[in-house]
Ligand binder design. Structure first.
Ligand code: FE2
Length: 515
């Protein structure tokens, strides 16, 4: 029998509300997941992510509007609204789009790799209080008056008010104890030491020590104004710290304002006894490409035994999206493995040249540039920065890099160096040195002149030793398929020794090379 217009079944108000809420959640996830679509956005279809996000918001708005129409009709007339066919068609189309968006978000989350899931956790945790507050306000304002039963209405009102209050409180007042994330990391920046440490919330930072009978307290500041952030950096002359003890301190800043402000708990660390590697035999831990896999790296490093210094060969993260990336994956990691008592040589990885916080990395780490030399007794480290591993116009960089000029400057600087009688190890993230062939050739010629042909590097996530064009190139490991490999470099006057372990404690490399 043919259905009449009056006999058609309207879509229930509850379903419309659920669809609107799901669309809003999908819009939130799609916005957070937009980094996954960077290739589509920059090569195939510019604006793909924006279109998905906009479509999702529009779908949520349509479903919520239909819900309001339906629900107010029920409240006013006591019956469900027999909406016009065009409205029903609109609702069905909106539900189809909602399903597509939800499936897209769900599949993207399910098939995201470890790095993407870690990124998602961070951004969702940061945005969740504001998102929850907005959703609660909308539901309280428009949804609540539509609920017929008083007890249900009261219960939902109490629950939404609770979530709203909690969101506001969590946004305005930190509810966790202020603490250091790890021991500090003392970076040898070539000119001086940068004592870098991280806290779990924003605050000020300082380093204090006694030098030649004088008490010194050096703040993390710029032109007299203390910096308020989670990564704290203080530059100290090398002579002040060598063989000395120091402490780090920080005061939480709950609210920094132009007039006044509100501070919280102050922290002061234990004493750190700092010593530089010296003598004929020196040992260094070398690690690269941990790519957020901190625990696997820590599990491996426990097998490498003692060392006098730390060499970080880059690629701590997929990209520097937030200050937290620097705080947790570079600073706290370097602090944990060095214990704040030995120098750290930091080589920038190509993944640290990406993201909105990449340009600020030199400032965060107290470094003017990432190519320099550092001498310890009879040995010299020559640190180079290979920058990105692709040409500057690659769509992945979004027009935000100028590394060709930077690498040219580095090679020009390299060509100004004089030969040294010290045994030299060249440290670089990518042993290809430069993506520009002419620059690579110039760099190789100069390294040969400087007798700096022993290269220790990362980037390829494997542990291997190769001999090419008169260079001995060691790639020190990194993370791959659940395995992390870290290496130890031992320098002696006759040779240098390379050894490596994985996170199961198995030794995977052992080789001695005569200088
Ligand atoms: Fe890399």
């Amino acid at each position: 029998m043919k259905k009449t217009k009056r006999e058609s079944h309207p879509i229930p108000a509850k379903a419309l509300l659920a669809g609107a809420c799901l669309s809003a959640c999908a819009a939130f996830l799609i916005y957070m997941l937009r980094i996954n679509a960077v290739f589509i956005d920059s090569t195939v279809f510019k604006g793909f992510s924006a279109m998905l996000f906009g479509g999702c918001i529009l779908t949520a708005a349509v479903l919520f509007t239909l819900f309001l129409l339906q629900a107010y009709h029920i409240q006013k007339r006591g019956t469900e609204l027999h909406i016009k066919k065009s409205f029903q068609v609109l609702a069905k189309i909106a539900f189809i789009f909602m399903g597509i968006f939800v499936l897209y978000a769900a599949f993207t989350v399910i098939f995201s790799d470890f790095e993407m899931r870690a990124r998602l956790r961070t951004v969702i945790a940061a945005a969740l209080p504001s998102f929850s507050a907005i959703l609660c306000i909308i539901l309280l304002a428009w949804g609540l008056p539509l609920i017929q039963k008083k007890t249900v209405r009261c219960s939902i009102a109490i629950a939404l008010s609770g979530v709203l209050t909690l969101s506001v409180v969590l946004t305005l007042f930190p509810c966790y104890t202020y603490k250091f994330l790890s021991d500090p990391m003392v970076i040898d920046n070539g000119e001086s030491y940068s004592v870098v440490f991280a806290t779990n919330d924003s605050g000020t930072g300082f380093v204090e020590y006694t030098y030649q009978g004088e008490n010194c307290k050096v703040y993390d500041e710029a032109a007299g104004r203390l910096k308020n952030r989670t990564v704290h950096t203080v530059r100290i002359p090398k002579a002040h710290l060598n063989g000395n003890t120091y402490r780090i301190g920080s005061t939480r800043m709950i609210e920094e304002r132009s007039y006044g402000g509100r501070s919280g708990k102050s922290l002061l660390s234990k004493d750190y006894a700092f010593a530089v590697p010296n003598g004929g035999t020196q040992t260094y831990l070398t690690v690269s490409d941990w790519h957020l896999h901190l625990q696997e790296a820590y599990n491996t490093i426990q097998y490498t035994g003692d060392y006098d210094g730390v060499i970080l060969l880059g690629d701590a993260v997929p990209g520097l999206e937030t200050e937290k990336d620097i705080a947790e994956n570079i600073v706290a990691f370097g602090g944990t493995v060095s214990g704040g008592v030995m120098p750290v040589l930091y080589v920038r990885g190509n993944h640290e040249t990406r993201g909105p916080f990449a340009a600020a990395l030199p400032d965060y780490l107290g470094m003017d540039r990432f190519f320099y030399t550092a001498d310890y007794g009879d040995y010299r480290f020559l640190l180079l920065d290979s920058g990105e591993d692709k040409k500057d116009n690659h769509p992945e960089y979004g027009g935000m890099v100028h590394y060709d000029k930077y690498r040219a400057d580095m090679v020009e600087w390299l060509e100004t160096l004089e030969s040294s009688d010290k045994k030299t190890i060249t440290l670089v993230h990518d042993s290809d040195l430069c993506v520009e062939e002419d620059l690579r050739e110039r760099a190789e010629v100069q390294l040969q002149k400087l007798s700096a042909t022993e290269i220790v590097s990362g980037h390829y996530h494997v542990c291997k030793f190769e001999q090419e064009n008169g260079f001995n190139i060691y790639t020190d490991g990194g993370y791959k398929d659940g395995e992390y490999i870290a290496s130890k470099l031992t320098l002696t006057t006759d040779n240098y020794h390379l050894s490596a372990w994985n996170n199961k404690g198995e030794q995977v490399f052992d080789k001695e090379i005569v200088w």
